[in-house]
Design a protein around this ligand. Structure first.
Ligand code: HT7
Ligand code: ZN
Length: 886
């Protein structure tokens, strides 16, 4: 496999300016005709078209009406077709028309890239390089072309709905029970945004009138007919997104139609094709009986994300795939802000986003696939749709916002669109727009784009009584030779009174070491550092300080920054878990601080239920693992479980009282099928389920086990909504021991399965809760589930619900016998023959072997080596496994 380098970028010699296509969909094969208008770009070089040999059969090719001869006029070499340059336009305003006809087999396309069949519908996925599996084309984002006409023809009864990008021009019947539709997209776009869909679909629709232009846009969300009742939330979320982008960034929608189609077989969450988004059903369908609050929130955020791409990605796109974070980091930042506004709590949203960044992206950045947000090379671009490009990329955009302020950031965005609308650009162009719009030189900030790894910021401080000045010294360490520009948001709290005496201030850390002064104080202060997680760094105190935990307890109680209050509590929990792991808990005061913080959170007044729930939640095992040099997942799981259980025991009666009180409040404010989705109702469910988790982790004695399982069963049986039902089921799924306990667990699982009645998304949940169960024989159970009639490796959602979910069950996946690794290796090998994008994602479960003990690492390496030796192996999987065996 060939490695592609960012530094090798060259502009295209010839470009496609306009496109007309015809899709003739027949059973088992589809014929695709393309008519490409070719113009000069740099004019220096050949016209090289991409076309995947395994996917396309070339049936005819002509240039300006003349059939071309292979070996004379053109040649095919692997996955490219080169046309002799002497046949092409020799002047800047000359044009040629290239016509090709190919045949493809969507029914056999298990890669889910290009044109494929999902259930009864045909659809396409072209990002990153799927268009070359549809036709011969310069399949790279800097070729922006106008798709004047895309005609789709298919059987009328089987595929009554025919959709394309942009606006529909015409449609009608064709002889032989067939029909057609023609779509036109007036905006220039790269091929990765191309899409068609054909199917028997149901839909819900509405309209939205844009402000200020007053364009009336028809909105329609489609799915297979049996799921139409679950489309309402996506449609409403779309309207909210359209309004939010107008209000926040002054960005309006630009076509008369916005279509969204939900498909069951999809490699990612969704795709922002121009005017025709395609969504994984898991990110689109929802009703209270089948979707959790988290599903609802995720749908709103992904609908927003794809909608926001219309400007950040589609109108202004990436020059080359190395710039992916230009559209993804920026659009994730935008969707995070949108969700924070919709939730009416940016602190809650920030806690969720930072937890996910630490649990996933920090690990990626410390592992063998570590890369800067703008990578330098790739073998398969599909491997670079990573937490780094997306989530760390969003943090990079957030830092511009922190450094420039709200208005400054908006000015930068306005200038970015003014300069680059309709163009394919780079991260440097974004940086220049931000700097120029604000009249500041932020060139130092560009180092964030080229530096991998998580930087560390150390701080130390001293208070000078005489001058009433506080000195805060910051030092930075990173993989960059030159210092990064790091915004550190800081507030100061008076040690004596606990009052905030200096409100949040952004310190610009530009040097390797810098001291900041705060004068005019009345006494010693405590810093609240990195408020709101103002930069994606690890923050540590320079010198271990005896009062560190006392300070954390102080901040956990008094910090005015909601995120940092939570953060201080998390640091205390972390410290106690590690002391438990090392067996030296007794000598410290940490337990007192933790119990104090936990007790305070439990008795918090007010309606901030989500904040309360998160304050009571211990850091995840993956976040904790990030702090360890050698990870022992079994011991870590036990230590975290012990701390959890001891808190549950200590506060048992208060937890139970709070649980009962919430049950009563929730019942009195609406019950049964009336599931409310406002922040308070979601927060109440979140908190009650955190409390249920604590109550169910007390299971040392037979009575405790019985009581826990009875309580969970009661919630399972009495809940209508999926959030409460699924939380209860997850508790039950991990219960073991006496017959009564096992009987309840099995009955609940059976009932959940029966009630699902074949609903694919509910069945995914059923598989997942068994894969993540904390049972000694969970791997055997997972292996048995692989043979279940509802299990398949061809559907990415189903496959991940079982196999990838099991790898998240760290204590069992990392069992010392290495059986978890062998299982994942086997499954990955099987999936690689069907869907390399999926297999390479699965293979990542093995690549962090250096983080574990020698014994575990050796077993993981063995499983990796087996994959590496596999012949054939996809280039996607090859890149992942070879990176970690180097
Ligand atoms: N831009 C979309 C990326 C995507 C994708 C990438 C590779 C293979 C399949 C894919 N499906 C969607 C999604 C997004 O970030 O909005
Ligand atoms: Zn995106």
């Amino acid at each position: 496999p060939k490695e592609i380098f960012r530094s090798d970028y060259t502009a295209l010699p010839f470009k496609v300016s306009n496109v007309s296509m015809n899709f003739d969909i027949r059973d088992g094969e589809t014929f695709i005709e393309s008519e490409l208008t070719i113009v000069q770009n740099t004019g220096e070089g050949d016209l090289v078209l991409d076309g995947e040999a395994d996917a396309l059969t070339l049936l005819s090719i002509s240039l300006d009406g003349k059939d071309l001869v292979e070996g004379v006029d053109y040649s095919i070499d692997g996955d490219t077709l080169t046309i002799v340059s002497s046949l092409l336009p020799t002047t800047a305003d000359g044009t040629s028309v290239l016509k090709t006809k190919v045949k493809v087999h969507p029914e056999k396309n298990t890669q889910l890239s290009g044109l494929y069949k999902s259930g009864s519908m045909y659809c396409t996925q072209c990002e990153a390089m799927g268009f070359r599996r549809i036709t011969y084309y310069p399949d790279r984002p800097d070729n922006m072309a106008i798709f004047d006409s895309v005609r789709i023809e298919a059987d009328k009864e089987a595929y009554p709905v025919l959709l394309g990008n942009g606006n529909k021009l015409e449609g009608g019947d064709v002889e032989g029970d067939r029909h057609y539709a023609v779509w036109e997209d007036p905006y220039p776009k790269p091929s990765y945004l191309f899409c068609i869909v054909a199917g028997k679909l149901g839909s819900v629709s509405s309209s939205y009138t844009t402000v200020p232009s007053g364009r009336k846009v028809h909105l329609e969300v489609y799915s297979e007919p049996e799921n139409v009742s679950k489309l309402g939330h996506a449609l409403e979320s779309l309207k909210k997104s359209m309004k939010w982008d107008e209000d926040t960034f002054g960005l309006e929608y630009d076509l008369d139609v916005y279509n969204v189609v939900a498909v069951n077989d999809f490699n990612m969450g969704a795709m922002e094709n121009k005017g025709l988004n395609v969504f994984n059903t898991a990110y689109c369908l929802a009703d209270p009986k089948s979707a959790t609050d988290l599903d609802y929130e995720r749908i709103e955020s992904v609908i927003g994300h794809e909608y926001f791409h219309n400007w950040t990605g589609n109108r202004v796109t990436c020059r080359d795939w190395f710039q992916l974070t230009l559209k993804e980091g920026l659009t994730v930042y935008r969707d995070q802000e949108f969700s924070g506004d919709m939730m009416q709590s940016h602190a809650v949203k920030r806690i969720e986003d930072v937890s996910s960044l630490r649990g996933r992206q920090f690990a990626e950045d410390a592992g063998p696939m570590s890369h800067p947000v703008r990578p330098d090379s790739y073998i398969s671009m599909d491997n670079f749709y990573t937490a780094t490009v997306y989530s760390k990329g969003a943090e990079v955009v957030r830092m511009y916002r922190t450094l420039l302020g709200k208005d400054g950031f908006r000015k930068g965005m306005d200038l970015y669109f003014e300069r680059h609308d309709g163009n394919a650009v780079t991260c440097d162009d974004f940086l220049s727009a931000m700097g120029d719009a604000n009249g500041v030189d932020i060139s130092q900030f560009s180092r964030w784009y080229q530096t991998n790894g998580t930087p560390t910021v150390k701080y130390s401080s001293k208070y000078d009584e005489e001058s009433k000045t506080y000195y805060l010294t910051l030092t930075q360490e990173s993989n960059s030779d030159e210092p990064l520009l790091i915004p550190i948001s800081v507030g100061l709290l008076d040690k004596a009174s606990g009052e905030e005496v200096v409100a949040t201030k952004v310190l610009e850390l530009k040097e390797k070491e810098q001291t900041f002064e705060f004068d005019g104080l009345n006494g010693d202060v405590l810093p609240s550092m990195l408020r709101g997680f103002s930069a994606p760094v690890k923050l540590v105190q320079a010198e271990a300080d005896a009062s560190e935990e006392e300070d954390l307890a102080f901040l956990a109680a008094r910090d005015t920054d909601g995120f940092n209050r939570w953060e201080a509590g998390q640091k205390l929990y972390t410290s106690l878990i590690f002391q438990t792991l090392e067996g030296n808990q007794d000598e410290s005061k940490t337990l007192d601080y933790v119990e104090e913080a936990f007790g305070r959170a439990l008795n918090m007044d007010g309606n901030d239920y989500s904040i309360q729930a998160y304050a009571l939640t211990l850091p995840s095992e993956s976040t904790l693992a990030e702090e360890m040099t050698v990870v022992d997942p079994v011991a870590l799981h036990k230590a975290r479980g012990d701390v959890r259980e001891s808190l549950a025991q200590k506060y048992l009666s208060e937890i139970r009282a709070k649980y009962d009180e919430l049950t009563e409040t929730m019942e009195s404010s609406g019950s049964g099928e009336d599931i409310k989705l406002d922040a308070t109702s979601i927060g109440q469910r979140r908190l009650r389920n955190v409390l249920l988790g604590y109550l169910c982790c007390i299971k040392d004695t037979a009575e405790e086990r019985d009581a826990a399982s009875e309580l969970a069963m009661k919630q399972f049986e009495s809940s209508y909504g999926m959030t409460d039902r699924y939380s209860a089921l997850n508790c039950l799924a991990s219960m073991d021991g006496e017959e009564s306990v096992v009987a309840r667990r099995d009955a609940a699982l059976q009932k959940f399965y029966d009630d699902a009645n074949g609903d694919a998304l509910v069945l995914n949940k059923w598989f997942m809760c068994q894969a993540v169960a904390d049972l000694p024989d969970v791997l055997d159970r997972v292996k048995a589930l692989v043979k279940h009639p509802d299990f398949t490796l061809t559907n990415p959602n189903r496959c991940s619900s079982l196999i990838s979910a099991f790898t998240m069950n760290a204590a069992h996946f990392h069992a010392e016998d290495g059986e978890g690794y062998n299982f994942l290796g086997d499954m990955t090998a099987q999936v690689d023959k069907l869907n390399p994008q999926l297999s390479s994602r699965m293979g990542r479960g093995l690549i962090q072997w250096r983080k574990y003990s020698e014994e575990r690492g050796a077993l993981m390496k063995e499983a990796l080596q087996e994959l590496a030796d596999m012949k054939p192996i996809s280039s996607d999987l090859f890149e992942v496994v070879s990176s970690s065996l180097k």
